[in-house]
Structures are given as C-alpha cells and as structure tokens.
Ligand binder design. Structure first.
Ligand SMILES: C[S@@+](CC[C@H](N)C(=O)[O-])C[C@H]1O[C@@H](n2cnc3c(N)ncnc32)[C@H](O)[C@@H]1O
Length: 320
C-alpha cells in the first residue's frame, strides 16, 4: 500500500444527500465508494439508514477507507457496481432504497503516481482501477493498432490531434515500448503542434490520459452493464442517483432515465397499446444538476460533474 495521504473532496454533496434515498430509506448502496465521502454525508443526514453497501473496483482505496470511515453500518465489497445483484443475493436482500454512482476516479487515485493515472508525476503506465484486471494502459498503448488508438483518443478524449498523437505513439513504440506515464506524456506533448498546445490551459496529454483510463477500465461498458441491472435492484420508491464527468457517460444515464420514464412505445396510429410497456422511473431532476461557482472554486474537479436522479415507480402504496 502507498503512503500517500488519502484525500478526495466529494462533489455535489448537498444534491447527493437530497436525492440519495426516499424518506425513511433504510438500505443505501454506494456503488463507487472511494474514500466514502458521500456515504459519510448520507449517514449523517439520513438517520433512517441502517445499512450501507459500499462497492469499489479498487481494493486499495477500499482498504484505506476503513481508516477514514469506520461505521458498523457499512459493509464493503471489492466489485464492479454492476455486480450488485450477486452482492444482494449474498446478503439475502431483494432490493435497496437508494443507489449512488459517482463515476470516474478519485483524487487519491489520480494523485498516487504508483497507479499511473496522471502524467503530472512519473509512474508506471497502469491506470487500472482493479489491479487484478489484465490490461494496463501500457498494454493498450504498445499493442493497439493505430486506428484503434485514434478512435479511443477521439471518442473518449475528444482529442482533435488524435491522428498525430497515435502516429507519434506508433513510431516511438517501435524504438522502445512505453512503460511510464512521463514517456507517454512527452510523446503526446511533442506530437501536438505548438499552436495547439497554447489553445487551452490544460496539458496536451490530459485528454489522452482520460481516454486511456476510460478504455483500460471499460468504463462505458460498465455503466451499460450497471444500467441493465439497476432497476431489478431497487425497491419500489427507491432512488437512483448518478454523477458523471464525461458527456458520453451522462448521455447513457440521461437516455436510460428518459427511456424508463416513458410508458407505451407503440406507434401513435395503433388504436390500443400492444407493447405493454409501463413507466418504471420518475425523473427527479428535470435537468442535470451542476456545481455552483463556490464549489468549483474550492474543488475544480466539480466543474464537469453533473448529477441526475430518478425514483423507481411504486405501483403499490406510495412511499415518497
Ligand atoms: C469519484 S470516486 C468516488 C468518490 C466517493 N463518492 C467519495 O465521495 O469519496 C470513484 C470511485 O469509484 C470507483 N469506481 C469507478 N467506477 C466503478 C464501478 N463501475 N464499479 C465500482 N467502482 C467503481 C473508483 O475506483 C473510485 O474509487
């Protein structure tokens, strides 16, 4: 374990507390537990909570969180959030009252050079949230063909110099394979034209590192897997709260919530419904919630955070 002091400032805490659970919710799932900042806030604000199921892909951060947040109501699981059905089965639970996902990585992971998420300090080019996963960022950078690297940098990083960067990587890896964050950061820096470097205030490698992290951890597939199981894990009246930091993530969440808020999908010309589709969710946040200026000034990471919440429709007695 590293000696880095664990630190992560949770984003949008007031909105999380507001939407995380219905009144008198008892069981809360924090599917991206990290250092437990959001769970701490929910436990403090919602006295009805009897149990928190804390899930994280990263065993190291879960271990650390035991020191920073020690509460008998919390049970921790090293797993993907999409493994929630198996976790509930293990605990003999049919459903829970609130589920939160605060996507991406924590500041502690980013700031820990041994994890290889950031170019700001030299470290192994790793980026795996779960160290048992087989592929590191170095594996992708050294093995993927040029067009796949272009796709990843363009789609996940919205990097406009994707082609130049992929070409530079392919050329450089023929001389010596990439193994460290600083090697990659330098290659990216050199590949971006000087005019392009000065167009933004961020380091030219920022987008490439973000894109590789999403690819290494298959983050978008994981969100889709999670959304495919989440309705089956919520009790009627239960809340789903999602915080995303990337437009592709947010689009998946928004589309999912809108689709499940809709009922019948039969063509309007049909006299009666034949699809039988019933609304399953009620959206609680008509628009995404963003951090205010004060929060962004204190925690620049909050700038790209957006929160959406929905409630599973209770077809029986209303609980809200
Ligand atoms: C932004 S941090 C969460 C911070 C936490 N909400 C807090 O306030 O302290 C995201 C955490 O979720 C984990 N993570 C990301 N995606 C995950 C997933 N699909 N399943 C489980 N854990 C995930 C990361 O390892 C990281 O520790």
């Amino acid at each position: 374990m590293s000696n880095t002091t664990p630190f992560h400032k949770s984003v949008l805490v007031d909105a999380v507390v507001k939407y995380a659970l219905p009144a008198n919710g008892r069981i809360f799932v924090d599917g991206t537990f990290g250092l437990g900042g959001h769970s701490r806030a929910v436990l403090a604000a919602c006295p009805s909570v009897e149990e928190v199921i804390g899930i994280d892909r990263d065993a190291e951060i879960l271990d650390y969180s035991c020191k920073s947040l020690d509460d008998p109501r919390i049970t921790r699981f090293q797993a993907n959030a999409s493994n929630l059905p198996e976790i509930l089965a293990q605990k003999n639970l049919c459903g829970v009252d609130g589920i939160l996902l605060d996507l991406g990585v924590s500041s502690w992971q980013l700031d820990n050079p041994a994890r290889g998420f950031s170019f700001s300090r030299p470290g192994p080019l790793d980026m795996r949230m779960n160290s048992d996963d087989s592929q590191t960022a170095a594996d992708l950078v050294n093995k993927l063909d040029r067009d796949e690297l272009v796709r990843i940098f363009f789609e996940y990083g919205e990097e406009k110099f994707s082609r130049r960067i992929a070409d530079a990587i392919v050329k450089q890896r023929e001389i010596s394979p990439f193994s460290t964050t600083d090697q990659l950061a330098k290659t990216v820096y050199d590949a971006v034209p000087a005019a392009g470097r000065h167009q933004t205030h961020i380091h030219p490698a920022t987008r490439v590192f973000q894109a590789l992290r999403i690819a290494v951890n298959k983050e978008l597939d994981e969100i889709e897997n999670f959304l495919s199981i989440v309705l089956g894990c919520l009790n009627p009246g239960g809340h789903l709260t999602m915080i995303s930091f990337h437009s592709l993530e947010d689009r998946l969440v928004k589309t999912f919530m809108q689709k499940n808020q809709k009922g019948c999908e039969c063509p309007p010309r049909f006299p009666v419904c034949v699809c039988g589709k019933k609304p399953q969710l009620q959206i609680l946040t008509s628009k995404a919630i963003f951090a205010g200026e004060n929060e962004i000034a204190e925690n620049p990471r909050a700038r790209s955070a957006r929160l959406r919440a929905a409630c599973k429709i209770d077809t029986g007695v209303a609980r809200k």
